[in-house]
Design a protein around this ligand. Structure first.
Ligand SMILES: *Cc1c(COP(=O)(O)O)cnc(C)c1O
Length: 391
């Protein structure tokens, strides 16, 4: 691509990382579905190409595109969002090291930090980012990484990455931020001082609920370390997944804009309804982090949640009455999905434990898709009528 001022994010989504232009080349980078490549004889000292190493052309193109979208030196595609969280941590942490992590984390990340790494002699202190000074007061001599997720699941809290970033910078340690719910369109994490930006590409980056992948973006040095771990542990993406993800990224910006406007519209509709006790959406003035979200984000995202006054029965009635939105876990695809955390992410907690987290029965999470907003609104009306009959 031509040098000069940084291009817009939609342009980067279409063009960044593309192979060199020459007459006869395909407009769309071809799928190179090959595990291995010629090389490895005598005088040839060039890098060996092998798909587990992450240097298949499709993997490399996506890595360059992600780095361009995030504004980082480098990025790496991995086989899942969890691989993209685990590999940077494994590359930075040794037996005896300590991690400070937000307590608002994706379930498998909580298990990784709270159970799996401790089995390997790496301890985590969980902090509440709502409390001033939580990061610096949890610091120990052996603290080697800070971990934050923003926006959070399922209450869409927004915590300021610049606060742990200042602590990480001073200590010269990694700040890993899982920004899956924001996508690079709504939040530019590297600009906020994040040194390891992570996404589950399964969600908005892929955008069509048809692939599993993850990405890490950061410095050349960080990504080299992550790649070394990927070579050893092996969570390397298949070339077809990389190709599909590249296709998804071409429409990332316009999809996310549509998710943003649809979700804002539905959040406002729900907030005005008597069946609804509270709506969690950072784009609403009533959200506790609205001012911070407005400062940090260029859009408020496609995820929203709300609580029906009628409790679990009302939520069940709501979900069964919908004709467009589908009940399924996961998020970030073009289709609207609905889930009840008491049956998914928070299944193994008691109602009291969920209540303490702000997730009473009657809590519904929506991943708002890119359908026509009038049709989605009509669908929610169907759900609300059904909920009103129960509650
Ligand atoms: C889905 C998700 C993950 C895990 O991603 P996979 O691609 O399923 O491994 C991690 N963090 C967040 C916030 C997620 O939503």
């Amino acid at each position: 691509m031509t040098k000069g001022p940084k291009q817009g994010i939609a342009t980067r989504g279409v063009h960044a990382g593309a192979p060199e232009r020459r007459v006869g080349a395909p407009v769309v980078p071809p799928l190179v579905q090959s595990s291995t490549f010629l090389g490895g004889w005598g005088e040839d000292a060039s890098e060996l190409l092998y798909t587990r190493y992450g240097n298949n052309p499709n993997q490399e193109q996506v890595g360059k595109k992600i780095a361009a979208l995030e504004g980082t030196e480098a990025a790496l595609l991995l086989a899942s969002g969890m691989a993209a969280i685990a590999m940077p941590l494994l590359s930075q942490l040794d037996h005896g090291d300590h991690v400070i992590a937000s307590r608002y984390l994706y379930g498998a990340t909580l298990a990784l930090l709270g159970e799996e790494l401790p089995r390997r002699g790496i301890e985590t202190t969980f902090v509440d980012p709502d409390i001033d000074g939580c990061w610096s007061s949890a610091l120990r001599e052996n603290t080697r990484a800070l971990v934050l997720e923003v926006p959070t699941n399922p209450t869409l809290r927004i915590f300021d990455p610049r606060i742990p970033a200042a602590v990480a910078r001073e200590r010269k340690i990694m700040l890993l931020v899982d920004a899956t719910f924001a996508s690079p369109v709504n939040m530019q994490c590297a600009d906020l001082g994040v040194t390891a930006v992570v996404h589950s590409a399964t969600k908005y980056l892929g955008g069509h609920s048809d692939l599993i992948a993850g990405v890490v973006a950061g410095s050349d040095e960080l990504i080299r370390g992550v790649r070394d771990m990927m070579k050893i542990y092996g969570p390397s993406p298949d070339p077809h997944t990389a190709w599909l993800l590249d296709r998804g990224l071409r429409t990332l910006e316009m999809r996310v804009q549509k998710h943003n406007t649809n979700a804002l519209e539905l959040a406002a509709l729900l907030e005005g309804r008597p069946e609804v006790e509270v709506v969690h959406y950072p784009g609403l003035a009533s959200h506790p982090d609205h001012a911070l979200a407005s400062e940090l984000m260029t859009g408020f995202g496609g995820m929203l949640s709300f609580v029906l006054r009628g409790g679990g029965d009302a939520a069940d009635a709501f979900a069964s009455a919908l004709e467009l939105a589908m009940v399924a876990p996961s998020l970030g695809g073009v289709e609207t999905l609905l889930s009840q955390p008491r049956f998914t992410s928070n299944l193994h907690q008691t109602p009291d434990e969920r209540m303490a987290l702000g997730i009473p029965d009657g809590f519904i999470r929506l991943s708002v898709g890119i359908e026509d907003p009038a049709d989605l609104a009509a669908d929610l009306e169907r759900g609300l009528s059904a909920a009103a009959r129960v509650g």
